[in-house]
Each structure stands twice: as structure tokens, then as C-alpha cells.
Design a protein around this ligand. Sequence first.
Ligand SMILES: [Zn+2]
Ligand SMILES: [Zn+2]
Length: 221
Amino acid sequence: MKCLLCQQPLQPKISFKNLIRLDSKQETLCQDCFKTFNQITAPYCPTCYKIDQADSCLDCQLWERQHLPVHHFSLYSYNDAMKHYFKTYKFTGDYLLRGIFAEEIRTALKPYEKEYQLIPVPISSQTFNTRGFNQVTGLLDAAGLAYSDLLRKEHTEKQSHKNRQQRLQGAQVFHVNEKSDLKQRVLIVDDIYTTGATIQTIKQLVLAKGAKEVISFSLAR
Ligand SMILES: [Zn+2]
Ligand SMILES: [Zn+2]
């Protein structure tokens, strides 16, 4: 086995846990790569998990002012290692990389699975045709979580080529698929949370369609 990110050979670890758990997950990442990711720890923004914020961050304050409160949680900061990970996963299409954070995502979202309907942020059909997979459902599949893939995204210009202002203004158009069984409590799942604009757009959509409580999660913030 080689590390999925840097290709260095993985040292198989024989631990008691691995010996008694036959279903134990194969290691996919070397310790050197693993250490480069920054798990979010306090202090962070209480409503969106942006790190190094003792109080509500500027993004959340902006949403609050528009009477659009934020209720988001996240696992890792969007540092260089995370940027590199998503670049490799999304843009070079290395689908195996969906599983690197499977256990962490499962641990974070499993408690919500019963009470909340997990809804992944969709990609447009054009992006799907280029990439071959939705990176968010990839993460959820790897984590073994049940979700409802009931949103559709209209094709617009590539988000990553826009600056912050353009992203905030640029209308991302989503739809709820007809005949979808939308539940009262919804947990929107995304890969990266930047300004919160995507989540807010979807949140307003599902609230208008009858959801009563909407919270959100992303692997990176
Ligand atoms: Zn590595
Ligand atoms: Zn915040």
C-alpha cells in the first residue's frame, strides 16, 4: 500500500485494535501527510467554525445582518494541505481520495443521521460530465452514511474562477427535484465552506419548500 497523497509506501501497523477488528479500514494516508491537515480546535467562530475567531466571524455577522443566521459545523481548516487534497480529488479526478476522511466524517455526522435528512450540495450536470462524480456524495458514500440526493444545480460559470465578490453576487441556481420527499429537519453537506453563500442559497430553497430546521456541515472551513 502507498499513501494516496504522496505515494510513499505505508508501514503496516499491527495494533491490537487492528487484530481484533477484521473489518478495520485500510490505511490510506501516511503519517507525514496526515499531520499536514489542521483539525479545527477552539477558538473558532461558534456559528461556522472559522478558526482563530473567539466570537462570530465577519462572514457570519454579514449573514446575521441580513436576518440569515448561520448554523454550520466543520472538521478541518482549509489550509494548503486541504487545498492540495481537494485539487487532487476534484480536479485530477482521483476518486479513491474520497475515503481519506471517511471515519472522521462518519463520526461527525452519524449522530444526525436519524433526526436529519442529509442533503449533499449538488454539482451541475456539466461538471458531473467533466469530473465523473460529485465529490460530496463521494465523501458520504465512503463514510457509509444515508443521504437524499434531491437537489439539482443549474450550470453557471466555474465558481473557482470568480473572486469573493463575484461569488457572493453570482446567482447559483438550485432546484429541488420534483416528487422529492423533503423532511422537516435538514442537514446540508458540502465539501468546503467559504463565504456560506452556497449553503444560504440552498437553505432558503429548502425552507421555502417546507423544511423547518436547516443546519449545515462541510469537511473544510
Ligand atoms: Zn503521504
Ligand atoms: Zn462564522
